[in-house]
Design a protein around this ligand. Structure first.
Ligand code: 7TS
Length: 417
């Protein structure tokens, strides 16, 4: 059993109780019980700071951005650009121009897959991904391969859900044009050694894209220290609004990418004979963006920074350790994903019941978890299961939430015995 000493920087119970009060949704009861919200890998709940920032922005500062000279529009533009700057700070990027504001991780990966492939990938080239990717780091590359004649190569994972690094290294060849890898697996919780992967790939001159959807909300991220070339994330998984996220890309690489969507705001000049494109990042932000979303995203970043990502990580490690230990007592329960380095995701199956039935019973006990393939069907195939139940932790989760989960699982065993 883990002790508090193992997690020296973690949040105290009192601090978590105070943080919980920031989240209005947690005041509700479901089926007569307090909500144990354990679906944070899907999306996170919103603190009042984020809700208020958006609504205040709409009430006082809202206008179109980048297009007008009147004061209100200038204010709106400043607020939108402050969202970009907050993202730069959050990711420890060098240059704010390296931050493209987009809908989220999916859109960020699609941008790179589409644009990078058009510019740099030829028939017979290869894109290397891993067996533990979310569909959003598989399908965009499949589409890109179809369009370019390239081949998708997949690095294997072992029975614990860890990437087989030697195999990945062996798969990087002279035709490899990109290594695209998830930082933390949403289905297994595995934390991948991204820095090592970047070193291996760079030694062969291959750039690395990191899907940071599940890492950014749960640990400090420094893209320069990670050494990757692209990093994608979603605001809604880090206590920010839905419909906003970011792509960070190394300046030289972003500058070498052609536009991927055409429209207003991404051009320098337009004529029927020839159109020229704007500089980064606006080149990749065609159309009216999610202006209020960027404002809410900045508020989420400030909220997380005030708590400290290291302390959040430590708190969630403690929750994971408690839960992992406690479910060992549940008969017929198998954890899927037992990597040595994990973030706060506990995926499992039970002998007695289908994952959907488990989740339905847990719901009646006020415990919200996700059951399904988690948009990672190849992971399910790898482990020979159709689906898993997944509990995933966030900063507001408590020992009581873990206890509610475990009590609910005991009910499942009784019901299906
Ligand atoms: N990559 C990973 C690793 C993810 O977990 C997700 C979403 C995405 C990409 C896509 O993010 P989006 O914000 O663009 O949709 N994962 C999940 C999940 O685990 N349950 O619901 C969504």
């Amino acid at each position: 059993m883990s002790t508090a000493e193992s997690f020296p920087t973690r949040l105290t119970e009192l601090e978590v109780a105070r943080l919980r009060a920031d989240f209005p949704v947690l005041e509700q009861k479901f089926h007569g019980r307090p909500l144990a919200y354990l679906d944070n890998a899907n999306t996170t709940q919103k603190p009042r700071a984020v809700i208020d920032a958006e609504s205040h922005f709409y009430a006082t500062d809202y206008a179109g951005v980048h297009r007008a000279v009147y004061e209100l529009a200038e204010r709106a533009t400043r607020a939108y650009e402050a969202g970009r700057e907050a993202m730069r700070r959050f990711l420890h990027a060098r240059d704010v121009h390296e931050i493209v504001l987009l809908r989220g991780t999916t859109e960020a990966i699609n941008l790179v897959a589409s644009s990078f492939t058009r510019a740099h990938v030829a028939p017979g080239d290869e894109i290397l991904i891993t067996e533990m990717e979310h569909h959003s780091n598989i399908v965009p590359w499949q589409l890109a391969c179809e369009a370019s004649g390239a081949r998708l190569v997949v690095a294997p994972i072992d029975d614990r859900g860890e990437l087989v690094l030697d195999a990945l290294e062996g798969m990087i060849g002279p035709r490899t044009r990109m290594v695209a890898v998830v930082h933390v697996s949403n289905a297994l919780g595995t934390l991948n050694p991204v820095r090592e992967i970047a070193e291996i790939a760079h030694a062969r001159g291959v750039p690395v894209l990191v899907d940071g959807a599940q890492s950014a909300p749960h640990m400090p991220i420094d893209v320069q220290a990670l050494g990757c070339d692209f990093f994608a994330l979603s605001g809604h998984k880090m206590y920010g609004p839905s419909g906003i996220g970011a792509l960070w890309g190394r300046r030289e690489l972003l500058e070498a990418l052609p536009p991927w969507q055409g429209g207003g705001a991404m051009i320098e000049s337009v004529a029927f004979e020839k159109t020229t494109y704007g500089p980064i990042p606006s080149r990749f932000e065609a159309g009216t963006p999610n202006i209020a979303g960027a404002v809410g995203l900045a508020a989420a970043v400030e909220y997380l920074e005030a708590i400290g990502l290291e302390r959040i990580a430590s708190h969630e490690q403690q929750l994971l350790a408690w839960a992992t230990e406690a479910v060992r007592e549940i008969p017929g329960l198998t954890v899927i994903g037992t990597a040595a380095e994990k973030a706060g995701v506990l995926s499992f199956v039970m002998d007695c019941a289908h994952p959907h039935d488990v989740a339905t019973i847990l719901d009646r006990e006020g415990v919200a978890v996700r059951a399904g393939h988690h948009c990672a069907q190849p992971v399910m195939q790898r482990f020979g299961v159709p689906a898993t139940v997944r509990a995933s932790f966030g900063l507001y989760n408590t020992r009581e939430d873990v206890d509610a989960l475990v009590a609910g699982l005991r009910t499942v065993v009784e019901v299906f015995r």
